[in-house]
Ligand binder design. Sequence first.
Ligand code: ATP
Ligand code: MG
Length: 455
Amino acid sequence: MIRKFLHRIFQRPALSHVEGKAPRIIPFKQHGITPDQISPCALKVTEGLRHAGFKAFVVGGAVRDLLIKREPKDFDVATDAEPEEVRKLFRRSRIIGRRFRIVHVMCGQETIEVSTFRAMQPVVEGDDNSNTDEESGRILSDNVFGSQAEDALRRDFTVNALYYEPHKMEIWDYCHGVADLKAGLLRVIGDPARRYREDPVRMLRAVRLAAKLGLKLDPASRKPIHALAERLQDVPPARILVEMEKLLLSGHAVQSVEELRRENLHHGLLPLLDVILEQPMGERFVMLALAKTDERIAQGKSVTPAYLFAALLWHEVLTAWDKIQAGGERPIPALHQAMEQALDTQRETLAIPRRYDVTMKEIWSLQPRFAQRGGQRPFRLLEHPRFRAGYDFLLMRGESGEVDVELGQWWSDFQEASDDQRSRMLLADDVPKKRRRKRKPKAPGESAPAQGAAS
Ligand code: ATP
Ligand code: MG
């Protein structure tokens, strides 16, 4: 017992640069963040908790973003109240999660995540109760409540361990986060290699947050990534996808993906990209899709993850489409089989949610229809609810060199043209009529040979 206790004390993780347990409290005068910059829902939660006698802070990304004058995406609250206590205080709330029990408090459309201060358990050799997988050092459960100081230390980066107390308008800084943010540094709390082993997703977050926030990854935090990169393969695909989706939709996707490749992190992360990025045509297309997404986000336009995933998987679809046609299948049925194949393969590794399938398939199956420029078909295509997405996709195919740019240009002109001009633009029907009449039921988009894959 005593041995175990001593073991525990001496095996505590090295948190060398962390300044004791007392936070530096930064007054309003120095940070200038007012409660009205916090979402009303988050404010309602912190106030409700405070009135009930609990500590309550806005924590993590939101405080960091406000300090660098960005609009936070979401607001998280940390408290010393336990999940059941939080649950009882707010009528529209529920406890979620098994590995990590948190409370979702809802107000209107908004949901605030409320988590109880937690402690990071040290790895103890030979301790069966340890919540860390001994061999890998990976954290398996993370549900031990602790003090606020402990809660700060278990977070990933110093700039993410900042707590804002709206009532007193104070920031509590446990790990020099404000100083790092001012210096433009993203720094892992504690020993980086150890923290990456505990949770390999932190490597991905390091790359994503550095790009998104314009911070430099501290050299000591960067160094172990190369050697530990392959550990990401032990992480469940669904968790990877959450981070990947954030990365791809961060507005800094090109930079992030380039950085992932430099750090050797793309392997196993986007398994299909391993292959695609190695084919010049596939790489051009994927990077173009990412650049367009970044551009749209910069312009404040909406982006749909399904469109982006359709782009990421397109060359996978093309390869399969070619192969199936080479086996004697007709173009359109071959395309449908290729789409299913590409989706099935990625599902095992990348876990793109099924809710995106319909849109992805629509965008893909519209592609051969753009090659049909005779009769009524172009007019019908214009009316298709996904025309715009399909057309944007076609333009990217042109720009990447996969299809003739002239085809995209024709469609741009066709949309602009008057009725008169449109009928003059129609091209001779290149569909062999005899073969068409022979066909039985028509699948959507079925009526002409497909645009040659990777032509
Ligand atoms: P974003 O603004 O992109 O959402 P974020 O830092 O807020 O970035 P979240 O996933 O919303 O990211 O996480 C909220 C907070 O939870 C983080 O700021 C950090 O303190 C903590 N956190 C998240 N993931 C981890 C992790 N893997 N290990 C340790 N702490 C984490
Ligand atoms: Mg966040």
